[in-house]
Design a protein around this ligand. Structure first.
Ligand SMILES: Nc1ncnc2c1ncn2[C@@H]1O[C@H](COP(=O)(O)OP(=O)(O)OP(=O)(O)O)[C@@H](O)[C@H]1O
Ligand SMILES: [Mg+2]
Length: 229
């Protein structure tokens, strides 16, 4: 057993463009440690979303392997891994349109079958409240909320899953600076106090500066550019 919660070993993946194959990730190896807050920077098109789709098992590497807590994702089972061990927050919130914010959060609690003690609804309201979504807004259909509010619900939904690995693809992109800072502080807190591993893709140097470790995806490889002592 090593200290990595997630380990990528020589992961390669590409897309077929017309007849031609273009490699996006090239034998990428990196180990993510438990309880740390990572950011991933990189130019548009460098493959950051592709990398997250590997880590979240939405796509499978062509070669190489990914291990969660020392176990190959294929061994855990991709569906089981997605349901029970990780949560992801997308650039576009991907909420269920016809449900309220509260119901979106509850649905995710159901999926993870997590072990929260107490009334599920109360807990969902509480988590939403932490994200600045008061009850009247939590009870509204998500299509009737602003982009920033929808993104906060998406983050609450990820937190409600109570898993050890939280991934985000530009999760603060739709938020104003103050709210974005609050959310980033919350991620920092979850990493340092609850041992959650947070991996966020971002274009913001400011967000990256707040993380423990920032990485850069370039030419199919991940390189560490900064580590906070
Ligand atoms: N399904 C697909 N089929 C073919 N090419 C794809 C597919 N998805 C992504 N690509 C290409 O792969 C490259 C990497 O895309 P990706 O979305 O991972 O980049 P990114 O770093 O997330 O960019 P951004 O910062 O703009 O979100 C891009 O050139 C993109 O056009
Ligand atoms: Mg992207």
């Amino acid at each position: 057993m090593n200290e990595y919660i997630l380990e990528m070993d020589k992961v390669s993946f590409g897309y077929r463009d017309g007849g031609k194959k273009r490699m996006i990730l090239k034998e990428l190896s990196y180990g993510f440690e438990k309880g740390r807050f990572y950011t991933i920077l990189g130019p548009s098109g460098s493959g950051k979303t592709t990398l997250l789709s590997m880590i979240s098992a939405l796509d499978v590497p062509e070669s190489g392997s990914i291990r969660y807590q020392d176990k190959d994702l294929s061994k855990i089972g991709y569906g089981k891994y997605r349901r029970n061990h990780m949560a992801i927050i997308f650039q576009k919130y991907n909420l269920i349109d016809y449900l309220t914010g509260l119901e979106n959060v509850e649905a995710n609690m159901e999926i993870a079958k997590n072990k929260f003690n107490g009334n599920k609804k109360e807990i969902a309201y509480k988590i939403l409240n932490t994200m600045g979504i008061v009850k009247t807004k939590a009870d509204r259909r998500v299509t009737k909320l602003s982009g920033g509010e929808q993104q906060r619900i998406a983050i609450a939904r990820a937190l409600a899953k109570d898993v050890d690995l939280i991934l985000g693809d530009e999760p603060t992109g739709a938020l104003d600076t103050a709210t974005s800072n609050e959310v980033i502080d919350l991620f920092k807190y979850l990493a340092s106090e609850y041992g959650k591993t947070i991996i966020l893709v971002t274009h913001s140097d400011e967000v990256a500066a707040k993380s423990d470790i920032s990485l850069r995806l370039d030419d199919g490889q991940l390189r560490q550019i900064k580590e906070k002592k």
